[in-house]
Ligand binder design. Sequence first.
Ligand code: PGA
Length: 331
Amino acid sequence: MIQHATLRQLQVFEAVARNLSYTRAAEELFTTQPTVSIQLKQLTDIVGQPLLEQLGKRIFLTDTGRELLKVCHEIFDGLARFEMLVSDMKGVKAGKLRLAVITTAKYFVPRLLGLFCLRYPGIDVSLKVENRERLLQRIADNQDDLYVLGQPPEHLEIELEPFLENRMVVLAASNHPLAGKKHIPPQRLEEEPFLMREPGSGTRLATEKFFTERGLKLKVRMELGSNEAIKQAVAGGLGIAVLSAHTLALERSIDELTILDVEGFPIRRHWYLAYPKNKQLSVVAQAFLEFLHEESKLLGEKYLLGINGFPTPDRGKIKKKAPPISDTQAH
Ligand code: PGA
């Protein structure tokens, strides 16, 4: 029976199942591949059914394996929560915060985390940046403590806490004929080649909603899978685009881009902190929630909108001087 399995065997299985690789699991657990294979074999014998199957070089989870993986997550979550509870009882906020955020949120979440980690040096943070589809899958699989996204999903039961405004602006090359024009009617944009994010992106959903609500049709010239690629293409004169103003936070090509003054813009949305309904939040996750509540207004004004040449969308033209940035921040 499964009760005879050891925690180590479950840990090994979880690592293999998550990575779908014996080698990566061994590296992650600082052990060898033969040890991983032995532990897995013992666990499979205990369960009495295959947990993994190998087709050619690829490993797949069997149905039993998939179910066991869910159980492993519940066990490890429970243990992590217990560990944090103990730290909390001892009066130290310590433990791990697993955060997964949607692509566009990578422009501001690391700053928030920086401040959070300063306040709670005992907390380790892991941050995953995923596109909307994968992020929703992570929520459904209960893989992380908290999530940041811009568009509440309809089909998932989740708790949502808005914490920061997300303004979406129309970007064009600074030598674009519409640059500097006042009160451009949105109808005028029908004539412009448009650069659009990939299907499933929250940015794209909000852009499409804005134009369909007004009965307008965009001429999409190109679909691009990242905000960075879109900014480059806009700067290169390939078209205009609607993006979150946060994507300009660390902009290098700051002189090459401008925000158009289009009526109805900026589209005002929110960033949400989300977690599955009924999820028992860890002490650390709760600390992060409280931190965001306390700090979000201040953070919105001071750290996100007003420093380092970051533009406020209403101002129109992007400020000249780009902030000094490191490569890791830029991508
Ligand atoms: P996206 O989502 O990065 O997938 O475009 C961001 C948002 O919903 O605003």
